[in-house]
Design a protein around this ligand. Sequence first.
Ligand SMILES: [Fe+2]
Ligand SMILES: [Fe+2]
Length: 363
Amino acid sequence: MKQLYIAVADCRKVSKQLLQVAAVYPAKLIPVAKLGAVKLYPDALVIVDFQNLTTNVLKPLKTINSNPELSTLGIVEFDNRKQVLQARELGFFNLVDKRGNLTMLLIKLREMFGDYSNPQLSGDFSEKLVNTVKSVCTSFDQMSIAALTDEPLPVSKLAQSAKEITTTIEAEGLDAWLAAVQSHHSHTYCHSMMVTGHAVAFSKSLGMPEAHQIFLGLGGLIHDLGKLKIPLSILDKPGALSEGERNLIDKHPLFSKEILKSHEEIPKEVVELAVSHHEFLDGSGYPDKLSGDQISQAVRMMTIADIFSALTEKRAYKDSYSPRQAIGVMSGMEGKLDEGLLRSFRDSVLDTDLGHLRRAAFQ
Ligand SMILES: [Fe+2]
Ligand SMILES: [Fe+2]
């Protein structure tokens, strides 16, 4: 995927519209004044916000437009004639209105840059599997944009995605689902789809009805919604995170709480999954330091699915644990996780391992 730069007059004053873009595309923020001095990635897309630009920083913008390897997009106020003419004179012909809505800007970005959420799955996956991953990514994207623009979240579309995941896993197995989603280029998309797969399979292994599997699946898709407040460049960072970045990520359940308080269309049991999946039974979790009975069974299940996914995910800078090693780590988290549920989860995932071997042997 191309690199996206967001160039503004002052990096401490980024418009809401561009912060929203940074939640949907990984982007590097850069002061316009430094554009001429920094070596930009070839084939990059540079979005320039023309608000508050002084004449002395305009020169590098012309140079950028004379570089055939770069594409540019200007954010201007359409009713500010001087700003529009200035942008055109500097070679910015793709212009978006600063006062327009996020959707318009995203449509333009998709045309120029492609769709970051769209998976390019590398591997030999069935058509059904590929279609399910694609359709789940689309609902995930719709949910993110709705949350960013304060529109109602697409609950029935998300529940439909959760159902598609349950039927795909039923037909192709959990391993096939995990392998497909792990080949998604974005860690953020991969993680939510893995957690959802584990959550529905866990619910099914406990003999819970389909409605419960779908409820937990919906929870899996929404569980890290608050990460929308964190730039994708941090969430999908290919290297290790700094302490500051880690602290910011740890705030995501609080961000979920903040976002979801104005979304009454989401059932409160699902909100609970998003807000409380980092709580531990011994009270050492966050954000509310809940303990024991304050943590519902569904939340306990989501916590197990979330930790197991995080441990077994492949990331560029760390080794992933095998399912057996991950269960070993989780069994060592004394007093934090529900032991009975963890035992059932262990039996179901390690059984899946066996199932995978069995399936491979018959192919
Ligand atoms: Fe989380
Ligand atoms: Fe998570």
